[in-house]
Write a protein that binds this ligand. Structure first.
Ligand SMILES: NC(=O)c1ccc[n+]([C@@H]2O[C@H](COP(=O)([O-])OP(=O)(O)OC[C@H]3O[C@@H](n4cnc5c(N)ncnc54)[C@H](OP(=O)(O)O)[C@@H]3O)[C@@H](O)[C@H]2O)c1
Length: 234
């Protein structure tokens, strides 16, 4: 190959490398948008995966899957609504297989602590034949401030499906730090991380210790019928 030809060839290779994106599924959600911001801050080309993204992605519409996987080498795999939901395994497995066939070489899966029915989906990713990291996370602090618990907080009563041992919630910013590292640094490949916070935040601790707090069995949240802690904000 002539020198010109070689430099042209290596230039093409460099361009191809540059075009590789990190796909962040749920990239407009609590964890995803924080990961997108961090990756962009590091200059990593990012593609947001969500129904409202420029190139829409919908878990319920397989037609949208292949286009979003073009020129992607790493994926933050956050499934909606929940990895433990009925049908999740089939969908996540099909997406994982398509991603690997499309050339994705690294998968970072968001999973939930204590969700036994999420284990099969975790295993599918672990045995997909590419680098993987599983983030088994406890609840996010941001459920109280950005999601479905915000209205109950404002309304004065929060109902939590908690067990006998309090599980410290994790901050979505901390989870995003870990996910970003796993997406960008080889050393997290093949690791399963259990993520919790260091302890309840002062406001949640106050909430749970408040005199109005009571423990009552409940199945109303769709979670297993363990104890449920109901507390009124102090
Ligand atoms: N909440 C917790 O405490 C907790 C703890 C551990 C693990 N998890 C897991 O975290 C995951 C959720 O992550 P998150 O809390 O960061 O997200 P989130 O805040 O719940 O946001 C949901 C994301 O998914 C997208 N989305 C919704 N429906 C979709 C669909 N049909 N197809 C494609 N995208 C869709 C939304 O964007 P669009 O609306 O634009 O589509 C949004 O980006 C779930 O798998 C959950 O099991 C949650």
């Amino acid at each position: 190959m002539s020198r010109l030809g070689l430099s042209h060839f290596t230039g093409l290779m460099a361009d191809q490398r540059k075009q590789q994106h990190t796909l962040v599924l749920g990239g407009t959600g609590k964890t995803g948008r924080r990961i997108v911001a961090r990756l962009r801050g590091q200059g990593v080309p990012v593609r947001v995966g969500s129904r409202s993204a420029q190139r829409p992605f919908d878990w319920t519409d397989q037609e949208t899957w292949a286009p979003i996987l073009r020129d992607v080498d790493a994926v933050y795999l956050s499934y909606h609504p929940d990895l433990a939901a009925p049908g999740a395994l089939k969908t996540v497995a099909a997406f994982t297989d398509l991603a690997v066939a499309a050339g994705v070489s690294r998968l970072v899966l968001l999973s939930g602590r204590g969700e036994e029915s999420a284990r099969s989906a975790e295993e599918h990713v672990q045995f997909a034949g590419v680098e993987w990291t599983v983030l088994r996370s406890s609840w996010f602090n941001q459920n109280f401030s950005e999601d479905y618990l915000l209205e109950p907080v404002r309304g004065g009563e929060v109902v939590l499906p908690v067990g006998a041992v309090p599980e410290p919630f994790v901050d979505a910013d901390d989870l995003a730090e870990v996910a970003t590292a796993a997406l960008t640094d080889d050393k997290h490949a093949g690791q399963l991380y259990e993520l919790t916070g260091p302890g309840y935040s002062p406001s949640v601790r106050r909430l749970l210790r408040s005199p109005q707090s009571r423990v009552a069995p409940s199945t109303s949240c769709g979670f297993p019928p363990r104890s449920t802690r109901t507390a009124s904000p102090p």
